[in-house]
Design a protein around this ligand. Structure first.
Ligand SMILES: [Ca+2]
Ligand SMILES: [Ca+2]
Length: 370
């Protein structure tokens, strides 16, 4: 039976409970005059003015500060996301009460919380933020840490005076817990497939999967094919086995489906992380995945390394792009992300595009063409 494993990374640092209330400036809410989601009448109707507070740990995150690789600081001048973009995070769950995450959890508005009834008839009772496929409950709590870390990279809240910011600070995170450390790999795979089905059937625009295994699963392939038919983008980790994925396939990253972006991890100096899988045919692109600073359970923060983190970075970029330019088909957004990489010579024969995801170039390119 296939052994589905989580891509576990390294905790280096845990810091918490330091809040800085530095009032930086007063700005209006994010208005989306050019956003195709927003009817023009609404676009001219600001409702309140909210203070923007500094996120005191931004400087701990080289991924967010660094302008050479991802260049998120310039990308944020073009977009900081939109809560209508739903990102499914299929992982170990999340700290549902983390102060830097709780306001970006997806809200299933078709479900009345806590009434014991499956109001929306999707097969899950009181599924407000997603589902826990391990315990079969509506509380996808994180007893591991991995899922909370990945979720924070994608979409921690920006400008709230707390911690960090995600790559896409305004987003809705649909939390689907598939992984239990004590469970057999076959159970984790079965739960993975259920989680993908949930994401596809309940409105996710992007699915982040920072896990994988060596064996092909026809059921998993089929559900990602369903996602493809709906135009849903799947971002999948290359894996942390130090292997060439062209000869040692790692799924779902290695499925030959055009809606998957497979991601290797790099360090700040643009080298592949030692543990990262690679593959000039099967792995599309590289992204920052070394000592990435993000959220951890218990309202905490810390660093982790691996292709899981790099995958979350690319998911954040894809979510930013959709938030500004509407829900583009998966193949289109994939093409734009892969076209706008930063080429790096040491990645030339390691990933298909030979480069690193660059958020600013992706948004600028879409600004020119949309
Ligand atoms: Ca339901
Ligand atoms: Ca924050």
């Amino acid at each position: 039976m296939r052994n589905r494993v989580l891509i576990v990374s390294i905790y280096i640092l845990l810091i918490t409970f330091v809040l800085a209330f530095n009032l930086k400036s007063w700005v209006g809410p994010y208005t989306a005059l050019n956003n195709p989601f927003v009817p023009q009448a609404q676009a001219f109707a600001p409702t309140f003015v909210a203070p923007t507070l500094l996120d005191p740990y931004l400087s701990k995150s080289w991924v967010l500060e660094d302008q050479k690789n991802l260049n998120i600081q310039d990308a944020w001048k073009l977009s900081q996301g939109d809560k209508r973009i739903i990102v499914a995070v299929i992982d170990t769950g999340i700290d549902l009460t983390h102060p830097d995450l709780k306001n970006n959890l997806w809200q299933n508005t078709k479900e009345i919380p806590g009434n014991g009834i499956d109001d929306d008839g999707n097969g899950y009772i009181d599924d407000i933020h997603g589902w826990n496929f391990v315990a079969n409950t509506n509380r996808p709590e994180d007893d591991h840490g991995h899922g909370t870390h990945v979720a924070g990279i994608i979409g921690a809240v920006k400008g709230n005076g707390i911690g960090i910011s995600g790559i896409c600070p305004n987003v809705s995170l649909m939390i689907l817990k598939y992984y239990a450390q004590s469970a057999p790999g076959s159970d984790n795979l079965k739960n993975t497939i259920q989680a993908f089905k949930y994401a596809v059937q309940n409105g996710a625009h992007i699915i982040n999967y920072s896990g994988g295994g060596a064996e092909f699963s026809s059921a998993e392939h089929a559900v990602i094919e369903e996602a493809r038919k709906k135009g849903i983008l799947v971002i999948a980790a290359a894996g942390n086995e130090r292997q060439n994925a062209d000869t040692h396939a790692y799924y779902p990253a290695s499925y030959d489906l055009e809606n998957i972006i497979s991601v290797a991890a790099i360090t700040q100096d643009q080298n592949l992380v030692d543990s990262s899988n690679y593959g000039p045919e099967r792995i599309d692109v590289a992204a920052p995945g070394h000592q990435v600073y993000s959220t951890l359970p218990g309202g905490k923060y810390g660093t982790m390394t691996g292709t899981s983190q790099a995958t979350a970075v690319v998911t954040g970029v894809a979510a930013l792009a959709l938030s500004k330019f509407g829900v583009l088909p998966a193949t289109q957004i994939k093409a734009v992300i892969l076209k706008n990489i930063l080429p790096v010579k040491q990645l030339k024969n390691r990933v298909k595009t030979g480069g690193i995801v660059n958020a600013d170039q992706v948004l600028k390119d879409l600004s020119r063409t949309q």
